[in-house]
Design a protein around this ligand. Structure first.
Ligand code: NDP
Length: 356
């Protein structure tokens, strides 16, 4: 029972910390549905995560809760999170005004676009991403701790690398939480099963899949140069994803300033502009290529390459991002009209330069 309710308890604690720890008020990108003014957000994800990681470390050190507890109770935790995700979806969707697309679609994609509480102190979307990120972080640490404790005579450096890459991934998001305000989820998606269940269940549990199935296994003795190569692959992917995000963020917030020494080149209709150089000149979504590359590195790092499970992680990114690129393209074609056509002529690749 405790395992089942562990994610519920974590959600409560994360929410409490999010509301009480100091945070930065940020003006976002998405306009308020009625006033048209950009929404305001209060962000403090890095602090919340650091506090809970410290609490996890202390609780294990004092023998209150073993470091590997979340690994040992991971199945109960997953089931508990599933139930919570379904309840959250119902609570968010059912009382809201129908969109006219039918109940099933409304339940899946949501009805409300940017629900906020307490004057923006709690934004549902940013709260969902925070909860998912912190529970993922604690799961990753606990799964790696289980490996270290049960294979203490010959621990796998691959497990350490895998946990390190996932930790980097989570903290990178939290460091750049503000940049996330400029992304598709914030301006194009509603809060339903996809986002709600996705952040409460899929994100914190599925993203551990490379560790979930390998933390119990012995050291596969992956050669050190291979592990270094995997680390470099991850950083290459991160550079593409983070670089593209930051270049766009710089462009949206300070349009004439260079990013990493790259002066922005644009196609423009005098009113609106689109970047056509740097990361956005390589392909129209090189950030998605970066995410898929990071996913491949995380799957490979655990070292059990013949096991199918870790590869589901990069496969998921392909299945998520290929259709998403097409949706985003259609949305941009509608929003930008001939300007988008000009951009597509100049940058014909969708995701993989010269190939796709
Ligand atoms: P993007 O950050 O690529 O945002 C697309 C939007 O950027 C478009 O709708 C348009 O918005 C604007 N845009 C597109 N082309 C240009 C251009 N040439 N110049 C200026 N603006 C442009 O996509 P997402 O929001 O989907 O992704 C955000 C990040 O999150 C990415 O790095 C992605 O990889 C990552 N991600 C991570 C996931 C994970 O689980 N790890 C899952 C999904 C995404 P506008 O109308 O405002 O101009």
């Amino acid at each position: 029972m405790l395992g089942f309710f562990a994610p519920w308890l974590l959600v409560l604690v994360i929410t409490g910390l999010h509301l009480t720890l100091p945070g930065r008020w940020i003006t976002g990108y998405v306009p308020h549905e009625r006033t048209g003014e950009p929404l305001r957000y209060r962000l403090n994800g890095l602090r919340v995560n650091a506090t809970l990681v410290a609490a996890w470390a202390l609780a294990g050190w004092l023998d209150w809760v073993p470091w590997s507890w979340l690994f040992v109770h991971r199945v109960e935790g997953l089931v508990g999170a599933c139930v919570l995700g379904l309840l959250y979806t119902a609570a968010m969707v059912l009382p809201a005004r129908a969109t006219g697309r039918g109940l099933a679609i409304d339940l899946f994609l949501g009805r409300r676009i940017n629900p906020q509480l307490l004057g923006g102190r709690l934004d549902h979307k940013m709260w969902l991403y925070l909860v998912g990120a912190v529970i993922l972080q604690l799961n990753v640490l606990s799964f790696a701790a289980h490996h270290a404790l049960t294979h203490s005579s010959d621990p796998s450096p691959g497990i350490v690398l895998c946990a390190g890459l996932l930790t980097y991934f989570v903290n990178d998001y939290l460091v750049f939480e503000r940049v996330h305000l400029y992304t598709y989820d914030l301006f194009a998606e509603r809060v339903g099963f996809k986002l709600g269940w996705g952040c409460l269940v899929f994100y914190p549990y599925f993203y551990t899949i490379a560790l979930w199935f390998t933390a119990d296994l012995p050291n596969p003795h992956t050669p050190l140069p291979v592990l270094v190569g995997i680390g470099v692959l991850f950083l290459a992917g991160w550079s593409m994803a983070r670089g593209a995000n930051m270049q766009k963020f710089r462009f949206k917030t300070r349009p004439s300033e260079p990013f990493l020494g790259i002066a922005p080149q644009v196609v423009t209709d005098g009113d609106r502009s689109l970047l056509v150089n740097g990361f956005w000149g390589v392909s129209r979504h090189v950030n998605y290529l970066g995410e898929i590359t990071m996913g491949l590195a995380i799957a490979a790092s655990a070292g059990w390459w013949a096991l199918p499970w870790p590869w589901l992680y990069p496969l998921y990114y392909v299945l998520l991002l290929v259709p998403r690129q097409r949706d985003d393209d259609a949305r941009c074609a509608e929003k930008y009209g001939p300007l988008w056509e000009e951009y597509v002529r100049k940058v014909p690749s969708r995701i993989v330069p010269g190939i796709y």
